[in-house]
Design a binder for this molecule. Structure first.
Ligand SMILES: NC(=O)c1ccc[n+]([C@@H]2O[C@H](COP(=O)([O-])OP(=O)(O)OC[C@H]3O[C@@H](n4cnc5c(N)ncnc54)[C@H](OP(=O)(O)O)[C@@H]3O)[C@@H](O)[C@H]2O)c1
Length: 248
């Protein structure tokens, strides 16, 4: 299986890469901005193609696709995982830079990557696209307008692709996690580790590996079985903003 994971330098993407590496004949392509992280991960996995690139750059998806074309000639699995939440401001105080970066990374970046890789996915006997959505793709919370809008868009894109790819052997799955403890909150709060830790205080969040487990399960079903959408959240999180903390 030739699999490409975006956002493989951290969190869910790195966990998915580790689990996929254990699959028979897996050959991985790891994409993110932080080369040192990707190289350390690849070394631990016994080798992988590392592409350090910024998905905010318009040319990146095409360049990455060209490299995969040269090295492999096809792609069996695309995991569109790279993404971020930036800020938790109400709309009245929202920052243009945060909104723009979320839309560019989570929505336009995902669209460009998918478009660039469709020819390679079509060159595989069976292919699979996994998009990382979120419970924010169908629930909302105060301060989450930009992020929730971007993840609602991921949900819409996934559904549109399912219609557009009907008749082709390409599966498409949306994985929609609730709270997962990764670098996500630290990124959201501009590197404020204390504020990020508060998100997970008094609650057992999902781990990146919990989500990777779901993704690899969906991917390893027989080729005619399409897992459309999988919602996975901590048992203590009934809704995005309703979290039971400090339970015995
Ligand atoms: N953690 C949660 O609670 C949660 C819940 C629901 C959904 N999700 C979704 O799950 C996905 C993974 O998040 P995570 O929790 O694993 O967060 P994370 O630890 O912050 O990882 C995000 C990954 O995305 C990459 N990335 C971000 N911007 C990029 C860009 N412009 N170009 C290339 N790579 C970029 C980062 O790599 P570099 O910084 O090295 O570029 C990193 O590898 C995201 O789509 C997120 O929205 C997370």
């Amino acid at each position: 299986m030739i699999a490409l994971v975006t956002g493989a330098s951290s969190g869910i993407g790195a966990a998915v890469a580790r689990r996929l590496a254990a699959e028979p004949e897996a050959r991985l392509v790891l994409v993110a901005r932080r080369r040192d992280r990707l190289e350390a991960l690849a070394e631990g996995l016994g080798g992988a193609t590392v592409i350090a690139a910024d998905l905010l750059q318009e040319a990146t998806p095409g360049l990455v696709a060209r490299r995969v074309t040269e090295e492999h000639g096809r792609l069996d699995l695309l995991v569109n995982n790279a993404g971020a939440a930036l800020g938790l401001d109400p709309v009245a105080e929202g920052r243009d830079d945060d909104w723009q970066a979320m839309m560019d990374t989570n929505v336009v970046g995902l669209l460009r990557v998918t478009r660039s890789f469709l020819p390679l996915l079509r060159a595989a006997p069976h292919a699979h696209i996994v998009n990382l959505g979120s419970i924010a793709g169908f629930e909302v919370y105060p301060g989450g307008a930009g992020y929730a809008a971007s993840k609602h868009a991921v949900r819409a894109i996934t559904q549109v692709l399912r219609l557009e790819l009907n008749g082709e052997p390409i599966r498409i799955t949306e994985i929609a996690p609730g709270m997962v403890e990764t670098e996500f909150s630290e990124v959201r709060f501009g590197g404020d580790k204390q504020r990020a830790a508060g998100v997970y205080a008094g609650v057992q969040p999902l781990t990146a590996d919990d989500v990777a487990d779901c993704i690899v399960w969906a991917v390893t079903r027989p080729p005619h079985v399409d897992i459309d959408v999988m919602v996975v959240r901590p048992v203590a999180q009934a809704a995005s903003h309703k979290v039971a903390r400090n339970l015995e």
